[in-house]
Design a binder for this molecule. Structure first.
Ligand code: C2E
Ligand code: CA
Ligand code: CA
Ligand code: CA
Length: 279
């Protein structure tokens, strides 16, 4: 059936209107979830290839939805960023992590640092350094126990304000990590200037490690460069023992991924979440 251009336009219009309504509802639901503290943090260990011990854990947010169950971040982080709700959500993440670290510390076992993901939009909207220092004080947690993961897009913004906030955060004793390294466009000079502690190589490079010589060469070059600049390298998305062996041969420092452990909800003792890798 041939439809008129006019009808097509109206059809499009209705769909567009519905899409807006749906987005409006999703935003309202997300706002409600933030107001009612429906977010929980899962923790995924990062293991040192030299010692086999867990050296740190990454905090990964999940939405404990009353009817849909545990919802993964890809379903709500983009909307949270688009609407600015990521600021409030991010504050809750920082607060929960500090509260959890304080709890683990009170249990009296060795506690490893936790890294927190911070998106470029959070950096643009608020002073993350101030939120961090307030949360650390509120829970009486040492800055040494917190690390920040930033994607290259934060540095791409490249403005003075961002680098002064990053310098202040480092000055507090909080380590800075570059996340998803290899997918963005950070320059060597930026990496050096900000004295990042660690590069986390994006999981796409790890996935190709066994099949692609280019990926191995990339890893090798990154590891050599990072070490000469005093940075550590973490391989993300490690799913097989073969990858662990290759990364060890390449002198990669740490591994993170399903082969070691998936992100897990917190337990009474942090060490329960901290597997050791046999050497
Ligand atoms: P990311 O920071 O790159 O986090 C790593 C993601 O890889 C996590 O997905 C993790 O579950 C997943 N992963 C871990 N090991 C493996 C593996 O061996 N194989 C594969 N294929 N994947 C693995 P998740 O938890 O769904 O988080 C997705 C993204 O959402 C994160 O990517 C991060 O960008 C964002 N995100 C998570 N939590 C927060 C948060 O608190 N704040 C902000 N701003 N973003 C967050
Ligand atoms: Ca991350
Ligand atoms: Ca990553
Ligand atoms: Ca350094």
């Amino acid at each position: 059936v041939k439809t008129s251009g006019k009808r097509d336009f109206r059809y499009f219009d209705v769909r567009f209107f519905e899409a807006i309504q749906q987005k409006y509802r999703a935003e309202a639901e997300l706002r409600h979830a933030i107001e009612h503290n429906q977010f929980v943090i899962y923790y995924q260990p990062r293991v040192s290839l030299a010692t086999g011990e867990t050296s740190s854990m990454e905090a990964l947010v999940r939405w404990a939805h009353p009817s849909r169950g545990i919802v993964e971040p890809r379903s709500f982080i983009p909307l949270a960023e688009e609407t600015g709700l990521i600021v409030e959500l991010g504050e809750q993440v920082i607060d929960s992590v500090c509260s959890q670290l304080a709890f683990w510390t009170r249990q009296g076992h060795r506690v490893v640092p936790v890294s927190i993901n911070v998106s470029a939009i959070q950096f643009a909207k608020i002073n993350i350094g101030e939120s961090l220092s307030a949360a650390l004080r509120r829970h009486d947690v040492s800055a040494q126990l917190v690390e920040i993961e930033l994607t290259e897009s934060v540095m791409m913004a490249g403005n003075e304000a961002v680098s002064s906030v990053l310098t202040a955060i480092q000055g507090m004793g909080i380590r800075l990590l570059v996340d998803d390294f290899g997918t963005g466009y950070s320059s060597l000079s930026q990496l050096q200037e900000l004295d990042f502690d660690t590069l986390k190589v994006d999981k796409a490079f790890t996935a190709r490690l066994e099949r692609s010589e280019a990926s191995k060469i990339f890893y090798k070059a990154i590891i050599t460069m990072a070490h000469s600049l005093g940075m550590k390298v973490v391989a993300e998305g490690v799913e097989t023992l073969e990858q662990v062996h290759s990364l060890k041969a390449l002198h990669c420092d740490e591994v993170q991924g399903f082969y070691i452990a998936p992100p897990m909800p917190p337990t009474e003792r942090q060490s329960v979440l901290a597997p050791a890798l046999s050497k």
